[in-house]
Ligand binder design. Structure first.
Ligand SMILES: Nc1nc2c(c(=O)[nH]1)N=C([C@H](O)[C@H](O)COP(=O)(O)OP(=O)(O)OP(=O)(O)O)CN2
Length: 162
C-alpha cells in the first residue's frame, strides 16, 4: 500500500467563524486555515492518484470556503433564518445578520477544525474519480500554526477493490 499527500501553500482558506460551546459562543473571528489531504491505496497507472488532479479537487473545495463566514446548520442552539439575500444567525443572546453571498451554511453541528475536516473529507470523497484503489482518506485542517485536526476515513471495501 502507498500513500500520497498534498499540502501546498495555496490549499488555504481565510474564513470567519465562532465556535458554540456548552457555556456560550466565541466572538466572531477568523483564521487562515490550511488544508492537507492524504490518500492511501494501491497503485493504478503507477500512482495512488495523480497529484495534479488531487490538488485541483482540493483547491476547488477550499475556494468554496474562502472569504466566507462559516455557519453550522446543525447546532441545536443556532437559529438560522434566510430572508431574501440576508442570513440572520441567532445564538443565545447574540444576533448576527450577514449577506447570504458572504456565508457558507455547512451541514455540521459546529465549525471546529474537526468538523471542517470531516466536512471536507465528505466533499472530497464524493468527487474522487472512479477506479482508484483507495483504502483510506485523511484530511487535515490547521486552524492556526501547530493547531490542527485530522479526520481519517477507511474507505468502503468495494471502493478499495475496484
Ligand atoms: N479541538 C478544538 N479545540 C478548539 C477549536 C477547534 O476547532 N478544535 N477551536 C477553538 C476556537 O475556534 C479558537 O479560534 C481557537 O482558540 P485559541 O487557540 O484560543 O485561539 P487563537 O488561535 O487566537 O490562539 P492563541 O494561542 O490564543 O493566540 C478553540 N478550541
Amino acid at each position: 500500500m502507498d500513500r500520497v499527500q498534498v499540502a501546498q501553500d495555496n490549499l488555504v482558506f481565510c474564513a470567519g467563524h465562532f465556535m458554540i460551546f456548552p457555556q456560550g459562543s466565541e466572538p466572531l473571528h477568523g483564521h487562515n486555515y490550511r488544508v492537507s489531504v492524504a490518500l492511501e491505496g494501491e497503485l493504478r497507472d503507477d500512482m495512488v492518484m495523480d497529484f495534479v488532479a488531487l490538488k485541483r479537487l482540493v483547491k476547488a473545495l477550499v475556494e468554496e470556503l474562502d472569504h466566507r463566514v462559516l455557519l453550522p446548520a446543525e447546532h441545536p442552539r443556532l437559529r438560522l433564518r434566510i430572508e431574501e439575500d440576508q442570513v440572520e444567525a441567532e445564538v443565545d443572546r447574540k444576533r448576527y445578520v450577514f449577506p447570504l453571498e458572504d456565508v457558507r451554511i455547512l451541514p455540521i453541528p459546529n465549525t471546529s477544525a474537526e468538523w471542517l475536516a470531516r466536512y471536507l473529507a465528505g466533499r472530497l470523497r464524493a468527487r474522487l474519480p472512479e477506479g482508484l484503489r483507495l483504502h483510506a482518506l485523511e484530511v487535515e485542517v490547521e486552524e492556526s500554526f501547530g493547531q490542527r485536526a485530522i479526520h481519517r476515513e477507511v474507505l468502503h471495501a468495494a471502493a478499495a477493490a475496484s
